[in-house]
Design a protein around this ligand. Structure first.
Ligand code: ADP
Length: 449
């Protein structure tokens, strides 16, 4: 229960961190994108105003009137301009014809000032609250009482220098409403405000799912570790209990004859050996699994197999079964760790011998195909059911516990063999039929492969 909540809280922490980091990245990139869009819209808007002002400036400058009868002549150039102190006509103006067209009448407005900064005229759509005074800063943004914003550009107008008019004639102001720009701005803000929490919810959910995925192998490995510890304790308990029982019996009823004493002592020695073998196997397994890269050298599989056949042939003769081998003359070399390869192959041969009844045959064959070495250990023994075949490589797994115990097996032989094969980037597989026999195949790349 405690470990469940530990994994749950770790998963929660992991997903919150993930969601938090994603939220920061998203908000930074969202804000960046928002700023970039706003800035580019703003720059486009200013470019548009500036180019309208430039076009208008170039069009009206040659037509500018001299000082006298300014008002009359201005009315000729800008027939629709409202002149200060006179009634207004709302038909399209010169500025609209020159720059932006009739459709934009409500968007743009112009104002004309003389060089003494007195307002001469203005287009009828100019914001009502605009003061008649001139602010000469080229760019200006202002807000009217109803909250509408405007951007305005002021440009100097030069008169005809050959005539009586002065070089600097006055000022032209062209401005436009920022309503569209502000509306676009608000629209983006709304999308971000609604989109961000939605995205955050999706990210939180997916980070919870992802952290679950990430934790799963750790959880499985943790469970395996727990299982392994429990199995080790269980495996040790039996020989230790038996050892203690024998010693207690020896203490209670001391042996009367040297033969009895010898029998009891050899029982103690047998249990001691079992414990010692178990520890050796456990240490081997841990060493192979923890050593990321085993020290490798060129090894001749032919020699290893020949040595082992020789070693086990005496046992085979005694147990009354046949031990055969098919080793090719051409040597098959692999890059491997020789002691570990010896251990792997001998585990397979020992198993084949152990699980093959009298008069059976155990055959070890070696061949090379497509730059791969194939080592097969076949027997005509009891075989393994197909359901069990998947599990026999698990630590401490024994198909038939009682039988296995009789043979002295602790269920670690194939787990060690598999770990060694994997440390050599090889594959160890089994094919077996119940009561017919089994074939274990080690597939490993050759050294010159
Ligand atoms: P053990 O030390 O018990 O032999 P192993 O890991 O070597 O443990 O083998 C696991 C199980 O696989 C054994 O209990 C046995 O039932 C089965 N097994 C292994 N090799 C053979 C074989 N050649 N024939 C039949 N069964 C086998």
């Amino acid at each position: 229960m405690a470990k469940q909540s530990l994994f749950r809280s770790s998963r929660l922490r992991l997903s919150l961190w993930y969601a938090g980091i994603m939220a920061v990245i998203l908000s930074l990139s969202g804000l960046g994108a928002y700023r970039a869009v706003i800035q580019s819209n703003w720059a486009a808007l200013e470019r548009e105003i500036e180019s309208s002002a430039g076009t208008l400036h170039d069009s009206v400058e040659p037509l500018l009137p001299s000082n006298e009868e300014t008002v009359k002549i201005l009315q000729k150039i800008f027939p629709e301009l409202c002149l200060v102190g006179q009634p207004c006509d709302l038909s399209p103006t010169l500025i609209q014809r020159h720059t932006i067209g009739v459709s934009d009448r409500s968007t743009y407005y112009i104002r004309l000032f003389n060089y003494e900064e007195t307002l001469l005229g203005f287009s009828p759509n100019q914001p009502a609250e605009l003061p008649a005074t001139l602010v000469k800063t080229p760019w200006q943004t202002f807000k009217t009482e109803d909250g509408s914003r405007y951007r305005q550009f002021t440009i100097l107008l030069h008169g005809d220098e050959t005539g009586s008019s002065q070089a600097n004639w006055g000022y032209l102001q062209i401005g436009r409403s920022l309503a569209e720009f502000d509306a676009e701005n608000t629209r983006i803000q709304k999308i971000l405000l609604i989109g961000f929490p939605l995205m955050l919810a999706v990210i939180t959910a997916s980070s919870w799912w992802l952290s679950g995925l990430a934790m799963r192998p750790i959880y499985v490995s943790y469970q395996q570790q727990q299982q392994f510890t429990a199995n080790t304790a269980h495996e040790l308990r039996t020989p230790i209990a038996s050892l203690l029982a024998t010693i207690e019996a020896l203490q209670k009823v001391p042996p009367t004859s040297p033969e009895d004493a010898n029998t009891l002592l050899s029982q103690i020695a047998k249990q001691g050996r079992r414990i010692s073998e178990l520890f050796t196997d456990l240490l081997n397994l841990t060493y192979i699994e923890q050593t990321l890269v085993l020290p490798l050298q060129r090894c001749c599989l032919n020699d290893i197999v020949s040595d082992l056949i020789e070693e086990f042939s005496e046992l085979a003769d005694g147990a009354n079964f046949q031990l055969a081998s098919h080793i090719p003359e051409r040597s098959i070399d692999v890059m491997g760790n020789e002691p570990q390869l010896y251990r792997l192959i001998s585990n397979l041969i020992v198993n084949a011998i152990q699980y093959t009844p009298e008069k059976g045959t155990v055959t070890v064959s070696l061949e090379r195909r497509d730059r791969m070495a194939y080592l097969k250990v076949s027997d005509t023994g009891i075989g393994i059911e197909s359901d069990e075949q998947k599990r026999i490589f698990d630590r401490f797994y024994r198909v038939n516990r009682d039988r296995s115990r009789q043979t002295g097996g602790n269920g670690l032989g194939l787990a060690i063999a598999q770990a060694i094969a994997q440390a050599h980037h090889g594959r160890l597989t089994v094919e077996s039929q119940l009561d017919k026999g089994s074939t274990f195949t080690l597939q490993i790349a050759t050294a010159d492969g």
